[in-house]
Design a binder for this molecule. Structure first.
Ligand code: GRF
Length: 204
């Protein structure tokens, strides 16, 4: 059997995307292993999810580090010690520094709850509602130096209804997140991605 893709998953909160990755691994769809989950929030529910499935967790509190560089250098150390091939940002509420991006160049994925390049940054769903779009969705992309600007891997659209609230729209988008994030990781695991500049083609 080919080697499993080694993942490091970074979280700050609920961890439902982490859960969908765990479930897809356990179902045998995703040929990967989560080597480590790292949370910068000691109260993140995602920690409980990981622990329930026997996945090692490290908690790094923002306040325990002098600056962002020190935090990120500890992150790099932990991920490298765990031989992580691909870093998965799953609701990780921190901007990563350049040394981190260089250490894992084109090896960091993120999921964003809007159809990029529209509505980057925080509260993508609220931004979409306030703008009045009729369609929104989610985007899996590689992480580069900008905020939600990296090459797009997969997107999925959902309808926006007149009576949507931030909660109802977020729930509809989240369902799609749980479908496309494991799919994107599996494409990577299978070596199906052809990356040219900011364009990504999925080979058959
Ligand atoms: C998701 O909406 C994701 O798109 C965004 O943060 C949220 C994380 O949710 N980056 P969860 O912690 O995976 O449930």
């Amino acid at each position: 059997m080919a080697d499993l893709l080694k993942l490091g998953v970074l979280i700050s909160g609920n961890g439902s995307n982490l859960q969908s990755i765990i479930d897809n691994i356990e179902k045998g769809f995703l040929k990967a292993i989560i080597k480590i989950v790292i949370s910068n929030n000691p109260n993140a529910y995602g920690i409980t999810r990981a622990t329930k499935h026997g996945i090692p967790v490290v908690i790094l509190k923002n306040g325990d580090f002098k600056n962002k560089e020190d935090f990120d250098s500890e992150l790099i150390k932990i991920l490298k010690n765990n031989s992580v091939d691909l870093v998965i940002l799953a609701g990780f509420m921190r901007i990563l520094t350049s040394p981190f991006l260089k250490a894992f160049s084109q090896k960091i994925m993120n999921i964003h709850p809007a159809l990029l390049p529209s509505f980057p940054g925080i509260h993508g769903q609220k931004q979409a509602l306030e703008y009045g779009v009729k369609i929104s969705g989610c985007t899996v992309h590689f992480v580069d130096e900008g905020v939600d600007t990296g090459p797009i891997i997969i997107q999925s659209a959902v309808q926006v209804f007149d009576d949507d609230t931030e909660e109802t729209l977020s729930a509809r988008i989240l369902k799609e997140e749980h479908r496309i994030y494991p799919q994107a990781i599996q494409f990577y695991a299978e070596g199906k991605m052809e990356i040219k500049g900011r364009k990504i083609r999925i080979k058959n």
